[in-house]
Design a protein. Structure first.
Length: 110
């Protein structure tokens, strides 16, 4: 672990190799949807699906390779806090959209 950075608790903060692997994967996951959008090789709904899937995978890559969230016992509370935050944000955005669409529906109904 000559290249790994450690904290006082002894948890690893990655090495140059893991940062490089994460960077390469992130570049690939950026190039795929960029190419799909710029070449118009896929139908619009399939392009949207490609962009969404690569975005989710890229978020996971960033969490693992750059934020170092994994399944070790030291990271368990960080992962729980992240999942809770993501759930709250999903509820806020999802329910806000639901309210806006239902208000639009009832306001436009004759």
């Amino acid at each position: 672990m000559a290249n790994a950075h450690t904290t006082s608790a002894g948890s690893s903060h990655g090495s140059y190799k893991s940062y490089f692997i994460g960077f390469i994967i992130s570049v690939i996951l950026t190039a795929i949807p960029f190419a799909a959008v710029m070449t118009h090789a896929l139908p619009k709904d399939m392009t949207l699906l490609v962009v969404l899937v690569t975005a989710v995978v890229q978020v996971l890559v960033h969490l693992v390779y750059f934020l170092h969230l994994d399944r070790t016992s030291e990271q368990r509370w960080n992962v729980i806090a992240f999942v809770f935050s993501a759930l709250i944000i999903a509820f806020l955005v999802g329910l806000s959209l639901w309210i806006m669409f239902s208000i639009h529906h009832f306001m436009m109904a004759k």
